[in-house]
Write a protein that binds this ligand. Structure first.
Ligand code: GLY
Ligand code: MN
Ligand code: MN
Length: 431
């Protein structure tokens, strides 16, 4: 409770007006069945509250209530079916906010909380049906404005407030991220050891998920990609139904979520445990690009610089392998390399796999600071039907992805427990 209270204190210290955070919506999968529920990261970050139908209001203008939580009321009948609810009193005790109210009173009360505030910090457009309620609340506050009190004339995205805080990870957050990274690394090692020609991609997905859940991870951080052979070149492949063949590569992009923090790891390894010459050639290029990009991940550098370093290595390798012809600078300049490397190299990582935080500040790419975590994930993807590519390389897709914490004097690879070097990978595969 103290961790969440302290976070709210920090937001309140910078808050000019009112901030409104809404729980993630529950989504129906089909009759009477919901998709598994996961709280909105922002709301969890500031409350630790995991129930749906909840709203946090923070105010720098209300005379008594700086933090208010609207929650579901206790309902013994529903609780028989869905499990216990904190209720109005329980939520107040467990979250340490100044006041709690039933969610059913939100529409009646929101006008009161908006009164006196010039600015509302709220993600407009995230839940459109809720926007209407918020805008009506503003209208109510305005209609009372014949009094001297202000009403929100500005709605601001909260990026500058708690998203800035989320970008720099505290020691406690890093502990959760390390745990997510360690469990996910273990899952990748097990997948390498388990994989055999003739198995199906979903059998490897099962190994990954079994490892995550057995270790106490709540869920996957995103749908695992288990793409063998030509599927390794499909960037968002999540079907995972194919039978894996001798001589192919398997690309796995999978990470768990532990205590609301994500890991995001990709490894590519031979289904039979031994890289072919062509596979190793491409692999070595991607590995060298990743090594250089990781070395670039340090205070003062930035995410564009990391991308540029990786891209330079990849494009040079593409030319050496005969995938592209011409001079490296021109192939970058005219985007020709995007035929084989179509995504960027890094994103912020945290509670969300593609985490919050501004990438550019004042038009400049933001310099890295200790406590930021990024992925470094270069790749080369050569479509099976790419007739321009030398035949030996067609159908090869390789990505290597690690989670890199920026520290005072450089960086720490949180996911270093999974081997990246081809010889080490072969050793784990054949163990
Ligand atoms: N797994 C999602 C990503 O690598 O960005
Ligand atoms: Mn990633
Ligand atoms: Mn990934």
């Amino acid at each position: 409770m103290e961790v969440f209270r302290e976070r709210r204190r920090r937001v309140l210290a910078a808050l000019d007006g009112v901030a409104l955070l809404i729980s993630a919506p529950e989504t129906i999968r089909n009759h009477d069945v919901h998709h598994a529920y996961r709280q909105d990261s922002d709301l969890f970050y500031l409350t630790g509250f995991e129930e749906p139908e909840s709203i946090l209001v923070m105010s720098s203008v209300h005379p008594e209530h700086q933090s208010v939580l609207f929650v579901r009321e206790r309902d013994p009948e529903r609780e028989v079916w869905d499990g216990a609810r904190a209720g109005v009193e329980g939520a107040k005790a467990s979250c340490g906010v100044d006041a709690t109210f039933p969610i059913s009173e939100f529409e009646a009360k929101i006008g009161d909380y908006l009164e006196g505030a010039d600015t509302l910090h709220y993600v407009l457009g995230q839940q459109p049906s809720f926007d209407t309620i918020v805008l009506e609340g503003i209208e109510k506050a305005r209609a009372r404005g014949r009094s001297k009190k202000a009403w929100p004339q500005t709605i601001r995205h909260p990026q500058a407030l708690w998203h800035e805080m989320r970008l720099i990870k505290s020691d406690a957050e890093l502990e959760a991220m390390r745990r997510a990274a360690t469990i996910s690394a273990e899952a990748h090692c097990r997948a390498m050891a388990a994989c055999q020609p003739g198995m199906y991609e979903y059998e490897i997905e099962a190994v990954l998920k079994q490892t995550f859940l057995t270790a106490g991870a709540a869920r996957v951080a995103y749908n695992p990609i288990v793409g063998s052979g030509p599927n390794a070149t499909v960037l968002h492949y999540v079907e995972n139904r194919r039978q894996m063949q001798d001589g192919e590569l398997l690309l796995i992009d999978a990470g768990c979520e532990y205590a609301f923090y994500a890991a995001d790891i990709t490894r590519t390894f031979p289904v039979n445990g031994r890289f072919s010459e062509a596979q190793r050639q491409v692999y070595d290029v991607v590995l060298a690009a990743q090594d250089a990009a990781i070395a670039e991940t340090k205070p003062g550098s930035n995410i564009d610089a990391v991308h540029e370093v990786a891209r330079e290595h990849l494009v040079r390798g593409m030319v050496e392998m005969g995938l592209l012809e011409g001079d490296v600078a021109t192939l970058i300049e005219d985007d020709s390399y995007k035929r084989y490397y179509m995504h960027r190299t890094s994103h912020w990582l945290g509670m969300d796999v593609h985490d919050v935080g501004a990438y550019y500040v004042g038009g400049e790419c933001r310099p890295f600071e200790p406590g930021m975590v990024i992925t470094v994930e270069p790749g080369i993807y050569i479509a099976a039907d790419d007739e321009k590519a030398p035949e030996a390389f067609r159908g090869i897709g390789i990505r290597i992805e690690d989670d890199i914490l920026v520290t005072e004097d450089g960086n720490v690879n949180l996911t270093a427990n999974v081997p990246r070097k081809p010889d080490e990978i072969e050793r784990v595969c054949l163990a």
